[in-house]
Design a protein. Structure first.
Length: 329
């Protein structure tokens, strides 16, 4: 059932993608605000209460509906899986901006491309050098692909295998959205946020993302330049502050041979500390600055798209083989 649920959800998303700024996103934001307003009084244990209500309650509710439908009909349970995956998994949930940016770059309209990146990631890209701008687009797009597709895919398959339906997909998406929402509210919007809640949500999402991040990096290595991807993974992942992000980006850089990481030129905004902070500062790692490879050019945007799609095909084939083995075994 897992294979067909993912397949139908991806096909449905290609035919009828969720629009930018859709009602689902608005509902998630409203849910985050409601839980914080009603359950967060600023104490340390309130952070746990808010996170559990924010992430676990929707996952449990989705599981309950799945169990009820599965009791009556397998087809109804499959339809529920497809519906939930349609809302939680998919390329079109992040590719609106990426596609528009790539088209603007190909047309030579860099002003529009930079405006779109600013709108998408809430950072000032107006003064970035061209190569650094393309790096940002590639890095953000790779992480978005992981969080909207591969991470959701992993947790859906794993928890679906133990009978909880699409609860894993919902848990991952809610944890991921929460980790971004509290930081965005605090640093970008300027509204006060419970520091414990922000730290806890980021820590718990990092734990949930530990295995999926490595599976995504492995997939990039298999469908790309395997040797270079593994070498970059082992050597250059520490260039980024967050280990999960570093592993994904380093493996992708090696897989397509593009230079990622590094710092913006002095005096140029945005400061990379607001996007991907430099990681370990020992052993003159700051002198390395970025992964080896070709400086980012527009053609690398197309290469990244191909890498992500090939990786998705790989994991779908693996899931199909596992499903077939389960049926014949």
């Amino acid at each position: 059932m897992s294979f067909f649920a993912v397949l139908f959800a991806l096909l449905l998303e290609q035919l009828k993608p969720l629009p930018r700024g859709n009602k689902v996103h608005d509902a998630l934001t409203a849910w985050m605000r409601w839980t914080a307003r009603n359950f967060d009084a600023g104490r340390s244990h309130h952070a746990w209460v808010v996170w559990c209500i924010t992430a676990l309650v929707p996952a449990l509710a989705v599981w309950g509906v799945f169990a009820a439908l599965a009791h009556f009909s397998v087809l109804l349970a499959l339809a529920w899986n497809v519906a939930v995956l349609y809302l939680t998994l998919g390329f079109r949930q992040f590719s609106h901006y990426f596609t528009d940016i790539r088209e603007a770059v190909e047309k030579g309209d860099e002003f529009e491309a930079r405006r779109l990146l600013t709108e998408w990631r809430h950072l000032d890209a107006s003064e970035l050098p061209r190569t650094e701008f393309l790096r940002h687009v590639i890095e953000h797009s790779l992480l978005a692909a992981h969080r909207h597709v591969f991470g959701v895919f992993f947790w859906f398959v794993v928890l679906s295998a133990v009978g909880v339906g699409p609860a894993g997909a919902v848990l991952y998406r809610m944890a991921e959205f929460g980790s971004r929402y509290w930081a965005y509210k605090s640093f970008t919007v300027g509204e006060p946020a419970n520091e414990r809640l922000m730290t806890l949500s980021q820590r718990l999402f990092t734990a949930l993302d530990h295995v999926p991040a490595r599976m995504t990096a492995f997939g990039f290595a298999v469908v790309g330049n395997f040797e270079e991807a593994v070498n970059c993974w082992r050597r250059d992942a520490i260039l980024w502050k967050h280990p999960n992000e570093g592993i994904i980006l380093a493996a992708a850089a090696g897989a397509v041979g593009v230079q990622l990481g590094g710092e913006a030129a002095p005096g140029v905004t945005p400061d990379r500390s607001k996007t991907f902070d430099l990681g370990a500062a020992s052993q003159d790692i700051t002198a390395l600055g970025s992964t080896p490879g070709i400086t980012a050019v527009p053609d690398h945007l197309r290469s990244v798209v191909g890498l992500v799609w090939r990786s998705m095909v790989l994991w779908m084939l693996m899931l199909a083989l596992l499903s077939l083995a389960n049926l014949t075994g």
